[in-house]
Design a binder for this molecule. Sequence first.
Ligand code: ADP
Ligand code: GLC
Length: 480
Amino acid sequence: MKKILFVASEAVPFIKTGGLADVVGSLPKYLDKRYFDARVILPKYMCMREDIRNSLEYIGAFYIDYAGTRKYVGVLKKELDGVIFYFIDNEEYFGGPTPYGDWLYDIEKFIFFSQAALCALPFVDFRPDLIHCHDWQTGLVPVYLKDRFAGGEFFRGIKSVFTIHNLKFQGTWDVKTIKYFSGLSDYYFTPDKLEAFKDGNLLKGGLVYADAITTVSKTYANEIQNPFYGEGMDGLLRARKNDLRGIVNGIDYNEFNPETDKLIYNNYNSKNFRKEKIKNKRALQNDLGFPVDDRKFMLAIVSRLTDQKGLDLVEYMMDQICDENTQLVVLGTGDPRYENMFRHYAWKYPDRVSANIYYSEDMSHKMYAAADAFLMPSLFEPCGLSQLMSLRYGTLPIVRETGGLCDTVESYNEFESKGTGFSFANYNAHEMMDRINFARHIYYDKKREWNKMIDRAMAVDFSWKQSALEYQALYDWLIG
Ligand code: ADP
Ligand code: GLC
């Protein structure tokens, strides 16, 4: 039995701000339990749902020396779907209203978390063969495995994998500060190690010291070796390209299943969607105060509202997108510029635009089920899960050809009757608009073709089945 530990800052169903949580919460479940004992360690945030927080079982506590003082480390545990989740408790660090907040404080708390997570392993008596780290918050774990934790018997020989979910966020601050919190010596703060452009960089720790690097799609794995997508790390990633692979994300097909989903208005499947899916649209139209009209083209956006997601293209085209036959439903929070932009258009076109500026699992499922199409014109997209959820619910994605969107959405080809969505190549508002118009044309004038696309979209398989095998092969290769 090979033992794997996932270290991450979020995982469903405990805490989620984006796709990282979906991946960390679901992938361990789908690893083959006959060969892998995969566990997860997370911070115990006060902002987790109260019933979940109260259901955690207390194991014990110890203290570590951190940043000049003794810090409390509580350890809790919960088993879910056959996977053990451990939690690191420290109310000073994890007591805030959201998992992330102030940049500098986040750096301090996730360095603490990385150290505490490693120290907790002998305490809970789980010695992993491999630690799978996710994003900048856990970038120091591979470094510590080769540094201060390398000496003792317990940690010797533990392998590490570092997965890039988003290269944009790197956890950077001045060298002095990172050195202080990490407790790492001068040796580590050179441009070939943790220093990048004169700053200390936690993500770079993962990229330099992990035994293997992965990212969440093949296209993004190639893209980040170039300066445009590389966020300053492209040289390093080219140098490590033999240790870098892209493994496309899956989604939890049990949770995201229109046939059984309890959050949607009306269940349907790939056989009866022609009659049954539309009931979701009618119900949502009704709930949102829109005209209840089957002929309206309902376009959905469920997203963090940030530049990454291509929302400046959407902003530029809002008047054209929201024509008299279209209903745009937006769910998201983020940059006030985009929050206010969507609020403005909801005011301008109350029967065409619905701006839901909040976070809601419930509403997101209802939208995936109700909409006709899903818009995701990202500037960059390591994988993207929303388009996978849309495909599963027969809601056709309109995407830009970047990262995982390239690898998961096949562009409609009207001559060969192929494709599962609509895509455009350049980051250009007119190209995006052209695809939206084309999608509307197929929707209105070639309904049979549209429905055949839904057939194909609902038939593609982005469950974890295939990708879990790829992770297993990687673990096997590293552990030997
Ligand atoms: P990212 O991780 O970059 O935010 P992904 O597409 O990988 O993008 O994952 C986003 C996840 O977060 C999806 O599960 C999506 O449904 C969910 N999500 C984003 N915004 C919201 C929101 N406001 N309410 C509910 N779910 C949301
Ligand atoms: C990041 C990326 C997104 C990816 C998710 C999970 O948040 O922005 O594309 O799907 O991580 O890997």
